[in-house]
Design a binder for this molecule. Structure first.
Ligand code: NAP
Length: 325
């Protein structure tokens, strides 16, 4: 029997590649520096593993009559046109849960870095070499402990953030469409409207998936509701925040700062005005990027891919194979 034809869009670890190659003829894009040519590679494929966020459009899917499975290395699958896959019975897999704690750690890292001026401190000492004497009057930050945290979109990652916030004695407000009284009991979090959350929080952190409804969920009107001393953390997806509204809010002092792991577009253009502001920290989409978690994600994605190719139930499925047409 001939092997399944598979394209992997970025280099994965050797052991993962070896296991996939036992059952598949693998074409793996060799670098992360140049975008993978998905459109050009997709027509003969049985399976696609996306290890990045390049769009997989209905038009691309239409060129691949044998496509059986798309396996996303990540929990967010907004870059894959799931409706087009559903119509064709193509299985779609992702890697939920395994990265929640790691992404929550990164959320706290961004929040703490912004609150306590870690980047300016690094610049002061190591880049500008300006630490000549102890100055008690520089780089005052703001307290994280006993402050109020607003979690927008409290699911797996938001829940993990709330657990961490408790250790900092923070008051935690959350907003999502469906209330979770069990989590209110477990963690002492308080359910509020988005407006109330924005008005009352010292830190606002975003954990919604990117959908039509959440695109530019945070724009001029929402930023105007926030405290002037507040810090916004976005580790969800770039387009959840209107970046020009964010730029204006940061520049005008409408909010005090922002720390983001995701941007719109991604990567952010090198001439984007946000890059010139000192009250914003931008990380290059590192939420789940630890050695341990990335290995687990690749393993889950491999299991999804191999199951989908054989028409079996995906262990971590968004859409199962042969989904009703
Ligand atoms: P999840 O468990 O599905 O949680 C998402 C939460 O968002 C749910 O509680 C959902 O609750 C809420 N939500 C969805 N639509 C909403 C809306 N319109 N308004 C308000 N709340 C809404 O997902 P997760 O595993 O926590 O991951 C969340 C997102 O984080 C992913 O989709 C991904 O894009 C992003 N992420 C980023 C990184 C990174 O590296 N930066 C890493 C991992 C994940 P309701 O349905 O009740 O509204």
């Amino acid at each position: 029997m001939s092997k399944f034809k598979v394209f992997i869009t970025r280099p994965v670890r050797e052991e993962i590649l070896t296991k996939i190659a036992e059952e598949c003829e693998v074409d793996m894009w060799h670098t992360s520096a140049i975008l993978p040519p998905i459109a050009e590679r997709i027509p003969p494929l049985d399976g696609l593993m996306t290890y990045g966020h390049e769009p997989v459009s209905p038009e691309m899917i239409a060129t691949a009559p044998n496509l059986k499975a798309i396996s996303v290395v990540g929990v967010g699958y907004d870059h894959v046109h799931v409706e087009a896959c559903r119509e064709r019975g193509i299985a779609v897999g992702h890697t939920p849960g395994v990265l929640s704690d790691t992404t929550a750690d990164m959320t706290m890292a961004l929040l703490l870095a912004a609150a306590r001026n870690i980047v300016p401190a690094y610049n002061h000492v190591q880049v500008d070499k300006q630490w000549h004497y102890y100055d008690p009057n520089i780089l005052w930050g703001t307290d994280v402990h006993h402050s109020t945290l607003g979690i927008v979109g409290m699911g797996r990652i938001g829940h993990a953030v709330a657990k961490r916030a408790r250790a900092f004695d923070m008051r935690v407000l959350y907003y999502k469409r469906e209330r979770r009284p069990d989590w209110e009991q477990e963690l002492g979090v308080e359910y509020v409207t988005l407006e109330n959350l924005l008005e009352a929080s010292d830190f606002v952190t975003l954990h919604v998936p990117l959908t039509e409804e959440t695109t530019h969920l945070i724009s001029t009107a929402e930023l105007a509701l926030m405290k002037k001393t507040a810090i916004l953390v976005n580790i969800a997806r770039g387009p959840v925040v209107d970046h020009y509204a964010l730029y204006e809010a940061l520049k005008q002092g409408q909010i005090a700062g922002a720390a983001v792991d995701v941007t719109e577009p991604e990567p952010i253009n090198t001439d984007h005005p946000l890059l010139d502001l000192e009250n914003v920290i931008i990380a290059p989409h590192l939420g789940s990027a630890t050695v341990q978690t990335r290995m687990k994600m690749m393993t889950m994605a491999m299991e999804n891919l191999l199951a989908g190719l054989k028409g079996e139930q995906l262990p971590y499925g968004v859409l199962q194979p042969n989904f009703p047409q």
